[in-house]
Write a protein that binds this ligand. Structure first.
Ligand SMILES: [Zn+2]
Length: 284
């Protein structure tokens, strides 16, 4: 599992726990499990292809119209995120490869992989069909993970959530609003509340820490909710104060201390302090 870089979007857990938890007690949580599912969908699923994506859908889970709508959203979403990132993308290394989306009721939580089991770059995105049907799939968030590239947990989740909000608010498509209530507009207000809670105080320790992650097996939904909100607010603060270009420069250099110093003349810790001050004094 270490060889396969996995980014989970945990928001769906709240929903999936109540609906699927029992019979999906042994749900997919790594590529060894997801790979057979993706192969099955390639063999037996409904294929929908656009210029930038191939979508494989479990037969009977969505109507042709729903598949077409989702395919159109995905195509627009990729184009908009590429535009947002100004083509400064990790995806370039895939040299025009289409992103593959797998949609099935057997998928518990939306997530992505950057690499295949051999460690070769092979981006795959997995989405629960019910969320696609209900128009609350985090397809922009997950697509942003692939197009922006991998990073430490706080940075990659914060950036993917920021992009999902920005693109849906300004360019088109929809946001899943799994943890954010009102996208980038309301995220600081939510973060200001979260930071005062026990979960928020715990989550904030992870911001700026490039090693620690929220445990993938953790069931602490309150901690996850606080973390996603705080991650997004932290990235928004950085982009607002440093610029998107410089934030991406730091992002490409994996958010190291050195990159913060070189690009902004401030340490990561200084930015974190300023951001916390902004949350605690700047939001009434
Ligand atoms: Zn994510």
């Amino acid at each position: 599992m270490k060889n396969n870089i996995i980014i989970w979007f945990f928001g769906f857990c709240l929903f999936s726990n109540s609906i699927f938890a029992n019979h999906l007690a042994v749900s997919c949580d790594d590529l060894k499990c997801d790979e057979p599912l993706s192969q099955k969908l390639i063999q037996n699923g409904v294929k929908y292809e656009t210029s930038k994506a191939i979508i494989w859908v479990e037969k009977g889970s969505l109507t042709q119209e729903e598949i077409h709508q989702f395919g159109t959203l995905v195509e627009q979403g990729i184009t908009n995120i590429e535009k947002f990132l100004k083509n400064n993308l990790d995806v370039k290394k895939s040299s025009g490869r289409k992103l593959q989306y797998f949609v099935s009721p057997k998928i518990d939580v939306s997530h992505v992989y950057y690499k295949d089991l051999k460690g070769l770059y092979d981006p795959k995105l997995f989405m629960p069909s019910q969320r696609v049907k209900d128009h609350n799939a985090p397809y922009l968030h997950e697509t942003a993970h692939i197009l922006a590239g991998d990073n430490s947990e706080w940075f990659s989740e914060g950036f993917a959530s920021y992009i999902e909000s920005y693109v849906s608010e300004n360019m088109g498509g929809y946001s899943a609003h799994i943890f954010d209530l009102d996208g980038n507009k309301g995220i600081d207000e939510q973060a200001a509340k979260a930071i005062r809670t026990k979960a928020g105080k715990a989550a904030i320790q992870l911001i700026g820490d490039n090693e620690k992650t929220l445990s993938l097996s953790s069931n602490d939904q309150t901690l996850r909710a606080a973390a996603y909100v705080l991650y997004q607010s932290a990235v928004k603060f950085l982009i607002k104060n440093v610029s998107l270009e410089k934030t991406m420069q730091i992002y490409r250099e994996k958010g190291t201390e050195k990159s913060f110093n070189e690009v902004t003349n401030h340490t990561l810790e200084e930015w974190k302090t300023k951001w916390i001050q902004h949350l605690t004094t700047g939001n009434k």
